[in-house]
Design a protein around this ligand. Structure first.
Ligand code: PLP
Length: 466
């Protein structure tokens, strides 16, 4: 591709993205494709000779886009909804253009230094101690895996089969996956019970640790969550930190979703106790307008993390200079993308106040939606609304709720996701897109009401209606 062609197609692609953003409400949220539709529409083998860019872009528009579920849609309210903001997209484009690999400081100083600078800014916004050392990984799953490996390093076990990890029964599955990946027996992952607000119960945690100790096992890691996946509950981190300190156990905090809220002064309390953690993860790709993927990992013990991961082959040796941090020493990956660039674009373009205003808007919208649920006899609210997640259910059977979820998702009007608590199916509505307005939510709520009535008319159960 010549520079002139690149310029032409580059403009075309940027125009497409801008139009896409502007007209995002015209798309069905959930892709209408059936499994295998796209695969069957594409050739079974790659072209032998290059194809014209016009043909590739046509296929992008006609084949790929229909197979997209639109996370950018303001009525995408499932999982944890996100925003790939325009400043973030521009940063991502430049990252691709530069195509650098920040494995060592000298392999591209900007990758290392901008990462350290942006994560220091973010640390200040989140109210975390300046002793926290930050790193960018792809996802919270990877960040938590690094925490578990560092915890294992600190425990220095005589027998890895003895190590025990603790988290609440509401913790994300990535915690258990991290444990298993780090060689911890699955039967040594203790899922501690929660209270009526779905928060880990410290007394049960203490008891479990004591019991494991008495049985000759080695408690080595506790994972607390700020903003759990199903209910957005927040574990009592301060009390958990006391327990971790008492037993000299690594404390990791999964603030992948909820942590971003701490940039609001009125939400700073969600980080209470987190400064005492050995590590913490927060995902700007969830709620800080940064395009997927970008997960931030902080640790107060970079020395231990480094001990776990520093293994330098001869060809990568560089002279020692404390100012020239080699990020490859702090994780299992060697190569690393220039992810900090898009975060830097987002942080500078919005500023703390700008991002806080958007998150505050989401919190207010969630309260308003929860009010509509409370005021409607057909529905019930299932959890406190502390963040931007509303957990609710139709007052009927699980099968009714599943039908309702399928119906709204298939309609293309919105995308919600399910959760199960206490054996009951719940609907989750998570607000995280800067485009989502009150009108968008009102449309979703009206649609849910209409579909619920249709469900009743078509024989859905009414027995458990209040
Ligand atoms: N932790 C929590 C609380 C989550 O809700 C999620 C995903 O939604 C994760 C971790 C995993 O995130 P990632 O997809 O970045 O690995």
């Amino acid at each position: 591709m010549t520079p002139e062609e690149f310029r032409r197609y580059g403009h075309e692609v940027v125009d497409w993205i801008a139009d896409y953003s502007e007209r995002i409400r015209e798309y069905p949220v959930l892709s209408r494709n059936k499994p295998g539709d796209l695969t069957r529409a594409l050739p079974g083998s790659a072209p032998e000779t290059g194809e014209p860019m016009d043909a590739i872009l046509n296929d992008f528009r006609n084949l790929i886009v229909p197979a997209i579920t639109h996370w950018n849609h303001p009525a995408f309210l499932g999982y944890f909804a996100t925003s790939g903001s325009e400043p973030g997209v521009l940063g991502e484009m430049l990252t691709a253009g530069l195509n650098v690999n920040g494995m060592l400081w000298k392999s591209s100083p900007a990758v290392t230094e901008l990462e350290q600078v942006t994560l220091s800014w973010l640390r200040q916004w989140l109210g975390l101690p300046d002793t926290f050392f930050g790193l960018i990984y792809d996802t919270a799953s990877t960040s938590t895996l690094h925490a578990v490996v560092a915890a294992r390093q600190m425990a220095d076990p005589a027998d890895i089969a003895n190590l025990v990890l603790y988290c609440s029964e509401q913790a994300h599955s990535s915690v258990e996956k991290a444990a298993v990946t780090a060689g911890i027996c699955r039967s040594n992952v203790r899922k501690i019970g929660v209270d009526e607000a779905f928060r880990l119960r410290p007394l049960l945690l203490s008891n479990a640790i004591e019991q494991d100790r008495a049985a000759g096992r080695q408690p080595f890691c506790i994972v607390a969550t700020v903003g759990t996946t199903a209910m957005a509950s927040t574990d009592p981190v301060e009390q958990i930190a006391d327990i971790a300190a008492l037993h000299n156990i690594w404390l990791h905090v999964d603030a992948a979703y909820g942590g971003s809220a701490a940039i609001l002064p009125e939400m700073a309390h969600v980080m209470n106790g987190c400064g005492r953690a050995h590590s913490l993860v927060v995902n700007p790709h969830k709620w800080l307008l940064t395009p997927v993927d970008l997960s931030v990992f902080y640790t107060s013990r970079p020395d231990i993390l480094r001990r776990a991961f520093s293994l330098v082959p001869e060809y990568l040796r560089t002279e020692d200079n404390p100012e020239a941090v080699n990020l490859m020493d702090y994780g299992f990956q060697l190569g690393r993308r220039f992810r900090a660039l898009k975060l830097w674009f987002v942080m500078r373009s919005y500023g703390r106040a700008g991002l806080a205003e958007i998150i505050r808007g989401h919190l207010e919208l969630a309260q308003e939606f929860a009010g509509w649920v409370r005021g409607d006899i057909r529905f019930e609210l299932c959890a406190p609304v502390d963040f931007s997640l509303v957990c609710f259910r139709y007052c009927g059977s699980d099968a009714d709720n599943q039908k309702l979820l399928d119906a709204i998702n298939q309609s293309g009007t919105a995308l919600l996701s399910p959760a199960v608590f206490g054996g009951r199916m719940l609907l989750r509505l998570a607000i995280g897109n800067y485009r989502t307005t009150r009108n968008d939510l009102r449309r979703v709520w009206d649609c849910l009401g209409l579909l619920a009535d249709q469900l009743v008319l078509s024989g859905g159960t009414l027995d458990s209606r209040r």
